[in-house]
Design a protein around this ligand. Structure first.
Ligand SMILES: C[S@@+](CC[C@H](N)C(=O)[O-])C[C@H]1O[C@@H](n2cnc3c(N)ncnc32)[C@H](O)[C@@H]1O
Length: 219
C-alpha cells in the first residue's frame, strides 16, 4: 500500500504538539515580540523549528549558515542543536528584522554565537565561503533564489553536511507550469529539487511537512 504523503488529521497533529511541546517560553517570546515589532508572521511552525534543532544535533553542527533570519525563531532553534562552540552565520535583507533577531539571540543566550549579516544573501554568501566548509545550511528566504542557494551549499558543505530548504512545496505551486507572476519562483524551486535529486552532490529527500522540508546530505 502507498501511504499518503503527509496528513491532515488535526487530532493527530495536536497530540504530537501536546507531547513534544516544541515551543517553549523563549521561542514563544520571540514569536510574540516579532509580532509586536510588526515583523511579518512567517516564522517556522514550532514543530518545523524542532526538526531543525534535531537535524543540527544529528549533524553535530559547529558551523551553520541560515538564509532568511526574520526575528531569529529558526536561528535560535538551529543554535540549540549545534555543538556548544558552534557558530551560526545568518543572513537577513531587512535591517529591522536583523535588529529584532539580534535581541532574540541575546535573550536566548546565543549573543556571542550568532553573526547576523544584513544584505542580499546572494551577495553575502560568497564572502562567507572563505570560512567554510559548513556543516549545515538552512534556506528560508526569497523563493526565486533557492536553486542558487542549494548550488552554494553544494560547494560549501562538508561531506555529510546538510542543506535544508523550507517551503519547498512552494505553497502548493511546485508542480505547476512556470507562468505568470510566480514563474521565476516555480522555475527556481523545480530546478532546486532536480539538483537535489539528481545533481550528484546530495542524497536528498523531502519531508512532507505542511510546507515541504527538503533535506539533502552532501555526498
Ligand atoms: C520566511 S522569513 C524567515 C523566517 C525565519 N527563518 C524563521 O523561521 O524564524 C524570510 C526572511 O528572508 C528575508 N529575505 C528575503 N529575501 C532575502 C534575500 N535575498 N537575502 C536575505 N534575506 C532575505 C526576509 O526579509 C525575511 O525576513
Amino acid at each position: 500500500m502507498n501511504k499518503q504523503f503527509g496528513n491532515d488529521d488535526e487530532a493527530l497533529a495536536q497530540w504530537v504538539l501536546d507531547t513534544y511541546q516544541p515551543e517553549d517560553d523563549i521561542l514563544r517570546e520571540i514569536r510574540t515580540r516579532s509580532t509586536r515589532e510588526k515583523l511579518p508572521d512567517i516564522q517556522l511552525a514550532a514543530l518545523d523549528a524542532r526538526h531543525l534543532e534535531v537535524l543540527a544535533r544529528a549533524a553535530r553542527a559547529r558551523r551553520a549558515v541560515e538564509i532568511g533570519t526574520l526575528g531569529g525563531y529558526s536561528g535560535v532553534s538551529i543554535l540549540r542543536g549545534m555543538e556548544a562552540d558552534g557558530v551560526l552565520d545568518t543572513i537577513e535583507l531587512e535591517p529591522r528584522h536583523a535588529e529584532v533577531a539580534r535581541e532574540s539571540f541575546r535573550r536566548a543566550g546565543f549573543g556571542a554565537r550568532a553573526r547576523v549579516h544584513v544584505g542580499r544573501a546572494l551577495e553575502v554568501l560568497p564572502k562567507l565561503a572563505a570560512s567554510g566548509p559548513f556543516d549545515l545550511c538552512f534556506i528560508d528566504a526569497d523563493k526565486e533564489s533557492y536553486a542558487a542557494y542549494v548550488a552554494w551549499a553544494g560547494d560549501n558543505l562538508r561531506p555529510g553536511g546538510l542543506v535544508i530548504a523550507d517551503n519547498s512545496f512552494l505553497f502548493g505551486h511546485l508542480p505547476e507550469a512556470p507562468t505568470g507572476e510566480r514563474a521565476e519562483a516555480i522555475k527556481a524551486m523545480q530546478a532546486m529539487h532536480r539538483d537535489l535529486a539528481r545533481g550528484g552532490k546530495f542524497r536528498a529527500t523531502v519531508l512532507p511537512t505542511g510546507e515541504g522540508l527538503a533535506v539533502g546530505a552532501r555526498v
